[in-house]
Write a protein that binds this ligand. Structure first.
Ligand code: PNW
Length: 470
């Protein structure tokens, strides 16, 4: 009797523990990974006939990169990729998001492909496969061949959108036997805004609002043409979608009215990106903004831009707007950020963990999206080694733990997020911040190229192993 009772009690306890585990777990087939991009890690900019990109040129221009550095060597991943795949394996990661350097594949942007350029990605894919890591390839993470900037003024011309489709077709044809998931363009919004509006990213242009709208249209068109090219040249079952940094709109207080207002704001503030990709039209408010000036487009363009996609990739870093419902024309007010709002090591990076819940939820709800990947999330930190040599990056762990808790909230409510790629596997060239901002789970000593796990690597390994926030 006694033994039965106690074993019942015991199994009751175990059930309780299991239920708690289930309640805090991610879905069984949830895919855990890390993310990087070509120019930020590869180095080897002059090897195997790679052509120059707009980032090589931009980094050579005085006053562009805060520490006057460039990506010439970066994390030397071009040569150290096998070691880097071992780092992924040590985390227990099952997926890897990387980008393909267009100027390696087409040094002139168009014309004859450079077979040696794709060879690097063949080696990378074979090594990933040998280690049981699923590749997710981004076709464009901002490293436009300089030749296209020189010949066509880059994304200001739709010639670049067409060239992008030809490159995408070539890559999908050659790598489609092993790459089942392609992302078209990483963060259309940032390449348009920072690269062509503020001039803070390559190619460093400061265009007018109407010119900017044309660039935005050409970039969206490039996305749509690339979707079609991947479909036409990949294998059956090859999947394709964007990787967008959606303007994130958070209900300031979670009431039904504010939630609705935040959804409307999401749709309006992403009008030139996700909204047109998913709805096949620009919103009236968006078109009204610059009146008759731009963008110039055809009905066919809109059909191309809204070519059906298989999933949406979302880069989620921070709240862009806290939204309150309002009795005005738009139906919402964007709350100004108080001066006291906190930030991470990078001053632009405001922590707002609930962003990780609301962005995928809004996207799934607004456009009935059935599959979402978080294609980036992470933070920079000061990452000073302690006396014992360890980098105790507990601020990064705090950031990740809170965002992942919100992601778990989303998946447990049925928001269809199928995977998460942490930015970044290792420290790398952080664009105009050079090497001053470190986003890696692994510290990189850029003098010796030595990689060392930070404490956050242990946090992520534990999270992956439990399939629950550690
Ligand atoms: C991303 N924001 O950029 C890029 O895709 C990466 O290449 C980059 O290294 C990483 O994030 C860290 O900066 C972003 O203001 C920059 O919300 C800014 C924002 C989001 C993403």
């Amino acid at each position: 009797m006694l033994s039965t009772r106690s074993s019942l009690a015991q199994s009751g306890q175990e059930n309780g523990a299991q239920n708690r585990r289930a309640a805090s777990s991610f879905p069984n087939d949830f895919l855990w990974g890390t993310a990087t991009s070509a120019y930020q890690i590869e180095g080897a900019v002059n090897e195997d006939n790679r052509g120059p990109s707009i980032w090589d040129r931009f980094a050579q221009t005085p006053g562009t990169i805060s520490d006057r550095s460039n990506g010439d060597t970066a994390a030397n991943h071009f040569h150290l990729y096998k070691e880097d795949i071992r780092l992924m394996k040590a985390l227990g990661a099952k997926a890897y998001r990387f980008s393909i350097a267009w100027p390696r594949v087409f040094p002139e942007g168009t014309g004859s492909p450079n077979p040696k350029g794709l060879d690097f990605y063949n080696r990378l894919l074979d090594e990933l496969s040998a280690n049981g890591i699923e590749p997710f390839a981004t076709l464009y993470h901002w490293d436009l061949p300089q030749a296209l900037q020189d010949r066509h003024a880059g994304w200001t011309s739709r010639e670049t959108s067409k060239a992008f489709a030809d490159y995408a077709a070539h890559v999908a044809g050659r790598l489609g036997d092993r790459v089942k998931h392609f992302f078209t363009i990483n963060e259309c919004s940032r390449l348009v805004h920072l690269g062509h509006g503020l001039g803070a990213d390559a190619p460093g242009l400061k265009l007018s609002p109407s010119e900017l709208k044309q660039v935005r249209h050409n970039v969206a068109l490039g996305h749509g043409l690339a979707v079609q090219a991947v479909r036409a040249n990949g294998r059956t079952g090859t999947r394709v979608g964007p990787a967008e940094n959606a303007v994130s709109c958070i209900p300031a207080v979670e009431t039904p009215a504010n939630i609705r207002a935040a959804e409307m704001a999401t749709r309006e503030l992403n009008a030139g990106y996700l909204t047109v990709m998913l709805e096949g039209k620009y919103t009236d408010a968006y078109l009204a903004q610059t009146g008759k000036e731009g963008p110039k487009y055809t009905a066919e363009d809109l059909r191309i831009i809204s070519s059906p996609i298989d999933f949406i990739g979302l880069n989620v870093y921070m709240p862009d707007h806290y939204v309150v419902a309002a009795d005005n024309e738009r139906g919402f007010t964007l709350a100004p950020f108080p001066k006291s709002f906190p930030h991470m090591k990078a001053t632009w990076l405001r922590p707002g963990p609930e962003t990780m819940y609301w962005v995928p939820r809004h996207v799934a709800k607004l456009w009935n999206v059935k599959s979402i990947y978080i294609t980036e999330n992470g933070t920079s930190a000061s990452d000073q080694p302690a006396a014992d040599g360890t980098i105790y990056d507990v601020d990064r762990i705090m950031y990740l733990r809170n965002y992942l808790t919100q992601l778990q909230r989303a998946t447990s409510e049925g928001v269809p997020v199928h995977g998460y790629f942490l930015w970044s596997l290792m420290d790398n060239f952080e664009w105009s911040d050079g090497y001053a901002e470190r986003f890696g789970l692994y510290h990189v000593d850029f003098e010796t190229q030595r990689r060392t796990p930070k404490l956050s690597a242990a946090f992520y390994r534990e999270t992956i192993a439990r399939n629950a926030v550690a």
